[in-house]
Design a protein around this ligand. Structure first.
Ligand code: CUA
Length: 361
């Protein structure tokens, strides 16, 4: 741009050089985005796979990414070279006019075709591999996606729970996912364990989770599904087989009866509502939630062994008395659009319900 007298050049020589300021701003913005990706411990980083399926996907992603970097450097390099090398040097400077070059065209058709074919073979193979149900001693879990939480129903174990999926290490877990008919589409995603799987209302889709490393793996609904889509989280807790068996046993047991006092009052409220009738605008908690660990398909999450869970409300809140109090006081404020109604509970009622829920170990 140096010595020319274009409007742009004149404008930038006055005042504060808007072009340079814009470029600087864009650079800063890009750097911020780049640095935002640098988290030492990212719980939902698909590039640090721990599950079998996630590792396979990553094994495919790495070479494809390297090839893409190579293509980018070559193409951009050639572009920058051509811009500099063949720039206009004077008004009489016109490029040599050519038309077609069979040799070059054959080369730049064949190379990308070979790259694409090379990527397609493992990709297609992978798609079929991911779709194949696991053989052997797979654990089967039915997953029902609700607005905005997840229900898990373990087949063969008679255990129903919500949001937190327990799996044993070293053993495949086949999830069969669905959502109620006429509801919305969700997507089940635990980045460190597996790829995403869409959950279609009234249809079934499947995904297999398998990992050898115990740990808690965070996930998230990955398909926009309404107001609290962002609050539709989940976690997968992978345990040694012995710990997993102990968890299953504990879940199968009937939750303990409260021995009296505040918790007993909470149980009464939970089951029957107020003595002078129901809660305003509806029924007792038991109209939507059950405490029987074997029952699924309810309007609200199954709350048997609620206190054994680390989180609640779509895994958005840590399961503490303080958070539970906040939730019962105003569910809509705690989680926008939640279907849990505001029961206009008194402080005494909230204390009793929290005390009862905390006994459900
Ligand atoms: Cu469910 Cu987004």
């Amino acid at each position: 741009m140096g010595g020319d007298r274009s409007a742009w050049g004149t404008a930038s020589q006055k005042g504060a050089r808007p072009g340079r300021a814009l470029a600087g701003g864009l650079l800063l913005f890009g750097l911020t985005l780049l640095l935002a990706a640098c988290v030492p411990n990212a719980p939902q980083d698909a590039l640090e796979p721990v599950g079998e399926a996630a590792r396979k996907a990553d094994d495919l992603f790495q070479p494809v990414f390297l090839i893409a970097v190579g293509v980018f450097v070559l193409v951009e390099g050639a572009l920058v070279y051509a811009i500099v090398r063949f720039r206009q040097r004077s008004d009489q400077d016109a490029p040599v006019q050519v038309h077609g070059n069979t040799k070059i065209e054959v080369i730049w058709t064949l190379i990308p075709a070979a790259i694409l074919a090379g990527i397609a073979i493992p990709t297609v193979k992978g798609i079929f591999e991911f779709a194949r149900p696991p053989t052997g001693d797979a654990i089967q879990v039915k997953v029902s996606a609700q607005q905005w939480w997840w229900e898990y129903s373990y087949e063969g174990f008679n255990v129903v729970t919500a949001n937190e999926l327990h799996i044993p290490t070293g053993r495949p877990v086949l999830l069969t996912l669905t959502a109620p008919p006429n509801d919305v589409i969700h997507s089940y995603w635990v980045p460190k364990l597996s790829g995403k799987q869409d959950v279609i209302p009234g249809q079934e889709s499947q995904i297999t989770l398998k990992t050898d490393r115990p740990g808690t793996y965070l996930g998230q609904c990955a398909e926009y599904c309404g107001t609290s889509h962002v609050n539709m989280r989940l976690r997968v807790i992978a345990q040694d087989p012995a710990d997993f068996d102990a968890w299953v046993k504990a879940q199968q047991a009937k939750p303990p009866e409260p021995s009296g006092g505040l918790a007993a009052r909470g149980k009464e409220l939970f089951e029957k509502g107020r003595s002078d009738g129901k809660f305003p605008g509806g029924q007792a908690c038991s109209g939507c939630h059950v405490i029987d660990p074997t029952l699924g398909g309810n309007y609200g999450p199954n709350l048997a062994h609620f206190a054994s869970r680390g989180t609640f409300a779509g895994s958005v809140y840590d399961n503490t008395e303080e958070n539970l109090t906040r939730w019962l006081r105003d569910p809509q404020e705690a989680k926008a659009g939640a279907r849990m109604p505001d029961l206009k509970l008194t402080n005494e009622e909230i204390r009793a319900l929290v005390a009862y829920l905390m006994t459900l170990r």
